[in-house]
Design a protein around this ligand. Sequence first.
Ligand code: TRP
Length: 325
Amino acid sequence: MKRVYSGIRATGRLHLGNYFGAVKGMLALQDSYDCVFSVVDLHTITIPYDPKTLKQSVREIIIDYLTAGLDPKKCHLEIQSTVLQHVELAYLLSTIYQVSRLEDLPTYKEKKIQYPKYVNMGLLYYPVLMAADILLYKAELVPVGIDQEPHIEVAREIARKFNSMFGQTFPQPQRFKTEGDYVPSLVGAGKMSKSISGSFINLTDDLETIRKRLAGAPTDSGVIGGELPKTGGTANLFALLRLFKLDKECIKFEQDYKAKKIRYSELKEALAKTIFKELQPFQAKRKEFENNPTLVDSIIEEGQIKCSRMAEETMKEVRLKMGLV
Ligand code: TRP
């Protein structure tokens, strides 16, 4: 059975971008593949974070995973830092990869601009650790958003290099495309991202919060009428209408836009109501896990034990092939 690996960083709770970009793909895969789904807390700490709340945030994401329908009977749930082999493999793989290539990669370039005073080694190392995450489990499919493609390419390059230097060991992982891949940010360009405040809607948000978040979403000023813009605030709101299958509304608001009589408050209200309706069953189910902490503890522990066992198998092979044992 083909192995699948994916991870989400633990900065706050899951939002709509994670759900459409990653979790939906995970749900589709858990029935047919051997899946490991992770909370990548070691990646989380490459940007400024609060050590007092990190552990709780990690747990919240595990609960979000369970609530969204990831089933520990069908897949392995992992907290990255509890499987020590990730770090060991990342270090070993770093010795066969070029520094210059890492400086060109998206997370490093983005975060350097976002946190100019926090440009650390871990950030540069980010794609190597990510390659290690995937290769540790010899995963062939990786359900993540399109923005992660350059990182998956690094994982492939590292796999090829390792295989050619030390003998066939790793498969070359491919990105698994999920439907509705791209959820635009509520503020300006790019995608919904936990590390950009105001850009996202959490799966746990209530109607009032969703309304407030949407109210903050910019619309294009001045350029009203004519064809719909392809980028910017208005384009993003229309993309959200389509993502939530509000097709009739989409046509209506497009006509309004062309006729220069669009009312964004009306559009945002339609969107808020629909998003909240979609999230309601999720929120009810989440309470069940919140009220049963021992169940969550045992799921986390079981994941740790099974994942460590799988990881150690790969590491035995890697240490041997690299001549360390
Ligand atoms: N870089 C990924 C993101 O920001 C998170 C991640 C870390 C990941 N390790 C991974 C995703 C391994 C898939 C596989 O979304």
